[in-house]
Design a protein around this ligand. Structure first.
Ligand code: ZN
Length: 224
């Protein structure tokens, strides 16, 4: 199913989801046709940038790192401020780790880069299932952004969200299908607290671990 001549760019944080997307893209488009773009926005889990660089190098894929630390000048949230407790207040739809405009900005910058390199396909691991209710992870936002980009740059971008309707367990299943389950488990970073190997307690760690256990339980049931 290799798409000859087509090129893709993957928005890549070094976490479980985007690494799964990156490996899938490499298999679909061919490694010479895939680039990864990562963002430094002053995230408290800075270790993810190091992991992302390591994984990109290990897979042999070109990585572009863009500095978006200017976000610190205009917004405040628990993902970027390590003095802030990560929490979800009862009167809010999503936890205080939500960063206003982050995905819109990342997709826009990726699209500008993509167009200047003759790339149409932009892949992001956002997912509206099993997640925290972030508005910019919803399919309707991605579709709207796709239309906006095409109009803004008079170019036929295609945004791809292969994980949009997968649960975390199904994302682990996809990794297994792509033959990279152990690779993702060992090498990716998801923890909001920035703890190497995961703190095990933050919402991101809990979701990741729960999905992994669900997938293994399901797989065990199939094997039996
Ligand atoms: Zn954690």
């Amino acid at each position: 199913m290799k798409k000859e001549m087509e090129k893709a760019i993957v928005i890549f944080s070094g976490g479980q989801d985007s690494t799964t997307c990156l490996i899938q893209a490499i298999q679909q488009y061919g490694i010479q046709n895939v680039a990864a773009v990562s963002f430094n926005y002053g995230q408290r889990h800075k270790i993810e940038l190091e992991k992302a660089a390591w994984i990109a190098k290990d897979l042999g894929v070109e990585q572009i790192v863009l500095d978006t630390t200017l976000m610190n000048m205009i917004t405040h949230n628990a993902l970027m401020d390590d003095h802030e407790q990560i929490e979800k207040k009862a009167d809010q739809n999503y936890p205080n780790t939500f960063v206003d405009g982050r995905n819109a900005l990342f997709i826009l910058l990726s699209a500008i880069y993509a167009k200047s390199h003759g790339i149409r396909h932009i892949i992001t691991g956002v997912c509206e299932t099993d997640f925290s209710g972030y508005p910019d992870c919803r399919d309707i936002f991605i579709k709207s952004m796709n239309v906006t980009l095409n109009l803004a740059m008079d170019y036929s971008f295609q945004l791809h969200t292969p994980l949009m309707y997968l649960t975390k367990a199904q994302t682990w299943a996809l990794a297994d299908k792509l033959d990279c389950l152990d690779y993702i488990k060992e090498n990716t970073h998801t923890c909001y607290e920035g703890v190497e190997g995961g703190c095990g307690h933050c919402p991101s760690c809990r979701l990741r671990n729960k999905g992994y256990e669900e997938y293994l339980a399901g797989r065990g049931a199939q094997i039996r």
